[in-house]
Design a protein around this ligand. Sequence first.
Ligand SMILES: [Zn+2]
Ligand SMILES: [Zn+2]
Length: 147
Amino acid sequence: MDNDRDAACERFRTLGHPATRGRGEILRILAESPLPLSPREIRERIPNPKPDASTVYRNLTLMVSIGLVRSVALHERSRRYEAATDGAHRHRVVCRTCGRIESFQPKRCDLSRIENDIRGALGFDVTDHSLEFFGACAACGGKKVKR
Ligand SMILES: [Zn+2]
Ligand SMILES: [Zn+2]
């Protein structure tokens, strides 16, 4: 965790951006959240004095551009963000009925066949992926599961 943070500071510095308190808070909040967060949710979690919304948004855009944060599209109006340094690999599960988002950590995620197809068809070397699944959550009529 501390190593991640040092690496993040280093990354800001080498790219000529100071590691401000606001940026550090955003990274901490994203690293602690199992779900990708919207800019509004991120701002709500920053302790006072809060930066204004446009500052949060600008910092997120910067952090995406230097690879510290990933932006996740979940077919909503607003984008969500997650820490790119988080080692855990997760997929999103979205309820079509109530909009609830859950994260699912697969035991094994082997997409090598699809990745090979993509390489064959497009000559594209896949290094990462983002998967979203849509359906009905337990409260909205999906199967009840033991937690
Ligand atoms: Zn639901
Ligand atoms: Zn995966």
